[in-house]
Design a binder for this molecule. Structure first.
Ligand code: SF4
Length: 332
């Protein structure tokens, strides 16, 4: 079996500590659930504000279900990061309100430079983005000038600017296979699990930055096998940001959109889902008679850091959306 040079530098200790502190900060900053009457009032106000500001709400699958529903009810969209950015680009609204994490706001802005992009909380980060500082990543690339630099969309605009290619999880394999056919060797950042998966699928020589997603990194293979034994007819859906031991147990491996599509295309009534649990809202809406189980995130005697909920996605709240529209704040 071919071995790949999985020996890219680990992120600096300062960065690791900063990332851990940011997780705690995000958890402390998550908005509380609103009482029903107040929520309805805020939602109504947001509807008026969107019209008054010629704005549209674009939301990620992992944010609060009330925000997802509001986006759809007001003519916006719910999607993955690329779908969000493309929807914003094609829409006639001059202001895009992005409910997601900061790199998603940046991606929307990159595709719609002439539009105003607002976010409910600009401090909504991502462990992949935090774990890949542009200066450290750039130095890593400089040390391997013979390699083509490919980065995942879950990075800052500064890291994207250093790359030769930017890919999403839905097109990563095709792009890397194309580069491999041309004889190119790759530097991949920032998610090591996704990079390892693509390297194995395509046989490409890839040097991997050692970042990971807080949510997907925590899924556990042994506990997943036990859950499969309890539900032998269930199909297992896994996002490739998960460890390879978890990917190996999957019936479907793919982007958030591919996993979602599988739930209504596959002839199964139970699914075990290894991605952020925010996606279950849309899965259940599309297939109300099917059953969705969360893949285990903590091994025996262990506790989970995210428990399959991204703390930065959870920083998006209805009040924050109302505020960014009222005050024109949180501009990307
Ligand atoms: S779920 Fe993972 S990849 Fe997505 S924003 Fe959160 S930390 Fe980043």
């Amino acid at each position: 079996m071919k071995t790949y040079p999985y020996d890219a530098p680990i992120m600096s200790n300062d960065n690791r500590i900063a990332t851990q502190m940011n997780i705690e900060y995000a958890k402390a900053k998550m908005p509380a659930d609103l009482p029903r009457a107040e929520r309805l009032m805020v939602e109504e106000n947001i509807k008026q504000l969107l019209k008054a500001h010629n704005a549209v709400l674009v939301a990620h699958y992992y944010v609060d279900p009330f925000i997802q529903d509001l986006a759809l009810a007001t003519g916006g969209c719910v999607g993955d990061s690329l779908e969000m950015a493309r929807f914003g680009q094609a829409h006639s609204a001059q202001t895009l309100v992005v409910a997601g994490v900061r790199f998603m706001g940046e991606s929307a802005k990159i595709l719609s430079m002439e539009k105003t992009v607002l976010m409910p909380d600009l401090e909504a980060e991502c462990s992949l983005d935090l774990g890949c500082p542009a200066d450290e990543f750039s130095a890593f690339c400089d040390a391997h000038p013979e390699r083509t630099v490919v980065v995942y969309a879950n990075t800052s605009a500064a890291v994207k600017a250093r790359a030769d290619w930017v890919v999403t999880s839905s097109v990563g394999i095709d792009i890397i296979r194309h580069l491999h056919t041309n004889g190119e060797k790759i530097i991949w950042g920032p998610d090591r699990h996704l990079g390892k998966y693509i390297a194995a699928e395509t046989g490409t020589d890839m040097l991997l930055w050692q970042g990971s997603c807080l949510v997907h990194n925590e899924f556990k293979a042994t506990e997943l096998m036990q859950l499969k034994e309890e539900h032998p007819n269930a199909k297992v859906l896994v996002h490739p940001e998960s460890p390879d031991s978890v990917v190996a147990l999957a019936d479907v491996v793919g982007s958030t959109s591919k996993l979602l599509q599988s739930t209504h295309e596959m002839d199964a009534d139970t699914f075990i889902v290894a991605t952020d649990l925010g996606i279950l809202h849309e899965m259940q809406k599309r297939s109300p008679n099917k059953r969705f189980l969360a893949a285990p995130t903590a091994g025996e005697s262990a506790s989970c850091k995210s428990c399959a909920f991204c703390p930065w996605m959870a920083m998006n709240g209805l009040k924050g959306i109302e505020q960014c529209l009222t005050q024109r704040s949180g501009e990307v």
